[in-house]
Design a protein around this ligand. Structure first.
Ligand SMILES: O=C(CO)[C@H](O)[C@H](O)COP(=O)(O)O
Length: 231
């Protein structure tokens, strides 16, 4: 499912574009498909803007030319994965702890294209997938206390192949937050969390997404569709 949706995303790319290169497993497949199209000459003069150390390393390995976020005034198209997508195309991202740069790139892009498999579509955000919140290392406990006053329970994200917490590309920590009733007003929660001292950014992407491509299995065959945004 991820491969077909990654391939479908590349069909939206045109030569001479500056592209935001997302993070995560679906975005990684998209970056590989992009490299294939560039190698075959079907896409020319593409420049990528990485959203993470992961996408930067992959693009370098695949000889996709990169430019720094600070040196571009505008990005034509950003393609990225997501952890949850609601019917209004509001998102939770940051399962890979990359949401700070992902949001910077998405905000600078003319178009944000999200690539997911069907399991990521939800009616209400945050009922099962916790909202990632990037916090300064010495502020995590204090932020956790404020979030609990907002009726959110949070856990410090721990690394799996390192003792101790996950450290982001910016050198910060991640709190994964679940609200008792999920998130019904993403715009409000996004602002309230970002207003807590010590918070750098959270994984709510509000009113940024232009199009979603969804991969699903139909009659044992992976297919892609693009749902309409609910108003
Ligand atoms: O936001 C992200 C990383 O911070 C990813 O895009 C998100 O976690 C989806 O990843 P995957 O395609 O592996 O399911």
């Amino acid at each position: 499912m991820k491969q077909v949706v990654a391939d479908a995303a590349i069909r939206e790319v045109k030569s001479d574009m500056i592209l935001g290169l997302g993070s995560g497993s679906t975005a990684a497949l998209m970056i590989k498909s992009l490299a294939d199209e560039m190698r075959s000459g079907k896409l020319q003069n593409i420049k990528g803007v990485a959203t993470s150390f992961q996408s930067e390393v992959l693009a370098l390995e695949l000889n996709i030319p990169l430019i720094d976020l600070a040196s571009v005034s505008q990005i034509d198209l950003a393609i990225d994965g997501a952890d949850e997508v609601d019917p209004g195309f509001q998102l939770i991202k940051g399962g890979g702890a990359c949401h700070v740069r992902e949001k910077l790139v998405a905000s600078k892009a003319d178009q944000l294209l999200i690539v997911v498999d069907e399991t990521k579509l939800v009616q209400n955000l945050n009922l099962s997938f916790p909202l990632p919140v990037e916090v300064l290392p010495n502020a995590w406990k204090q932020v956790q206390e404020v979030i609990s006053e907002m009726k959110g329970s949070s856990t410090l994200r721990m690394a799996t192949k390192k003792a101790g917490p996950v450290v982001t590309d910016q050198g910060n920590l991640i709190l994964d937050v679940l609200f008792d009733d999920g998130i019904n007003n993403p715009k409000d929660i996004e602002m309230k969390i970002n207003n807590i001292p010590g918070v750098l950014e959270n994984g709510l992407f509000v009113d940024l997404t232009d199009k979603v491509l969804v991969g699903k299995i139909e009659n044992n065959t992976p297919v892609v569709y693009s749902p309409s945004r609910a108003s």
